[in-house]
Design a protein around this ligand. Structure first.
Ligand code: ZN
Length: 467
């Protein structure tokens, strides 16, 4: 019951923070909108146009605005001088197919050729390979995702129908001013010769844009190319993520402190940097026949182990990968076991324990240290432990390595560890010399299990019961 209550409180605390954690996991293959303070990205499609593009460049220069041009290859190859001017004036050039045709109307091979041909035209004129692609009408297909790995797909957050002359400069201006907001990626057109557009529509666009630039500049906005917008957005996301992470970790450590006080955990070894804590409690689980003889049944006294969560978070933060985290955890456990044994030997409360007990992910390495490993009976405790572990792994580790499906479920399974009391006493009985020899022996054992533990460790943090 005590356990149930403790888990209840724990999850109530933690779930409140989950949504922020989950929302950051979306991919970044398609960029639509920035997350910035004062920047706006203007993007111009379908050009370059011999009449309107030079006027547009003049206008942008007057406001020191940097933009992104998604050029149509067949237009661009006749306007190499304009491409060079765009580059010279600090604008970004992206690809918008060779002819203005939807990717749905072309075979994948044709799409690829269109993109490559346009890329070559840009590179030939400016010496720079384009890194950005905007499909006509924003229509991407599966192929675009699969084969355009070197190109970042850029869509938009706002469009205004500026390709139609009947919209008029006045209405266009109003529509645009509504989107005078940080992070917007504005879709405009500097050429009206593509199918469905009006040839002189860009004239209205230029009138509306001038007012937009004037008003934006007054309000302190910066007009930046898509490259800078993406960079700023990435930085903002990373800062936000680490902010959430830090918050979660300190919350978790706070919880642990409270837990230690409430359940009076005893610390093993150096109080400043402990590896374990334990408490003497009563076993509530199913009866277990120990491999070495004897059994642990309901009502038996046990020492319940808790890995120090602060140590765990430090190890995780300084390890390059979850695998490395797992390996270092294993070593910590190995080194701390003799200390634990000595302390248990002197602890009057521990005189009648039948075993040392814990719940953890590091089970393959643990058996070499003398633990016996048992599946947690499927049920509420096992399920909630798994959920907890997944969250913990995401929060603590730098990079998530994902195994798939069944394998993932398997590797994420927590196990119950039991070490018969005779074995832990054996750790205490070791004389210093023997202890060293034994420690070396164990080190070898641990090394040997590292490769076996690696795939498991890839998924783990460790859960201790200290939650
Ligand atoms: Zn277009």
């Amino acid at each position: 019951m005590e356990n149930l209550l403790m888990w209840g409180i724990y999850f109530a605390t933690f779930y409140a923070f989950l949504p922020g954690l989950i929302s950051r996991t979306f991919g970044f293959r398609v960029f639509k909108k920035g997350r910035v303070e004062k920047e706006i990205s203007l993007t111009f499609d379908d050009g370059p146009d011999p009449v309107y593009t030079p006027q547009l460049l003049d206008l942008l220069a007057r406001y020191n605005a940097k933009a992104t041009f998604f050029v149509v290859g067949s237009h661009a190859e006749q306007q190499e001088e304009l491409l060079r001017r765009m580059k010279a004036e600090g604008h970004i050039i992206g690809i918008h197919n060779y002819v203005h045709k939807s990717n749905w109307l072309m075979r994948p091979r044709s799409v690829k050729q269109q993109i490559e041909r346009t890329g070559e035209i840009i590179e030939h004129a400016t010496g720079v390979r384009s890194a950005y692609y905007r499909p006509p009408w924003g229509i991407v297909n599966v192929f675009d995702y699969a084969n355009l790995g070197y190109l970042q797909i850029i869509l938009w957050s706002a469009m205004f129908g500026d390709w139609r002359i009947r919209v008029g400069a006045e209405r266009l201006k109003k529509r645009m001013l509504k989107k005078l907001r940080p992070g917007e990626v504005m879709l405009l057109h500097d050429c009206g010769t593509t199918f469905g557009a009006d040839k002189d529509a860009p004239r209205n666009m230029l009138i509306a844009l001038e007012i937009y630039l004037e008003e934006g500049t007054k309000r302190g906005y910066r007009f930046v190319g898509i490259e800078e917008m993406i960079k700023l957005t990435d930085a903002a996301r990373a800062a936000h993520t680490s902010f959430i992470k830090k918050g979660l970790i300190s919350l978790w450590l706070l919880w642990e402190r409270a837990f230690h006080v409430v359940f009076r955990l005893k610390t093993v070894g150096d109080a400043g940097d402990p590896a374990f804590h334990y408490r003497i409690t009563t076993y509530h689980g199913k009866s277990v026949q120990l491999a070495g003889g004897g059994s642990v049944t309901k009502g038996d006294r046990i020492a319940e182990l808790h890995f120090d969560n602060k140590k765990l978070s430090t190890i995780a933060a300084t390890s390059k990968s979850p695998v490395a985290t797992g390996i270092r955890m294993l070593r910590e456990v190995e080194q701390a076991l003799p200390l634990l044994a000595n302390q248990l030997a002197e602890d009057a409360e521990a005189s009648d324990i039948k075993a040392v007990y814990g719940v953890t992910m590091i089970h393959r390495g643990a058996d070499r240290l003398g633990f016996e490993i048992y599946k947690l009976p499927e049920g509420w405790f096992a399920r909630s432990t798994r959920v907890y572990l997944r969250i913990l792994i995401r929060v603590l580790t730098k990079k998530q390595q994902t195994a798939k499906g069944k394998q993932r479920r398997e590797t994420i399974s927590p196990r119950m560890l039991l070490m018969p009391v005779e074995i832990i006493r054996g750790y205490a009985a070791l004389q210093p010399n023997n202890r060293q020899a034994s420690a070396e022996r164990m080190s070898v054992a641990v090394e040997r299990t590292i490769s076996a533990a690696a795939d498991e460790a890839a998924q783990l943090g460790t859960k201790t019961t200290a939650i």
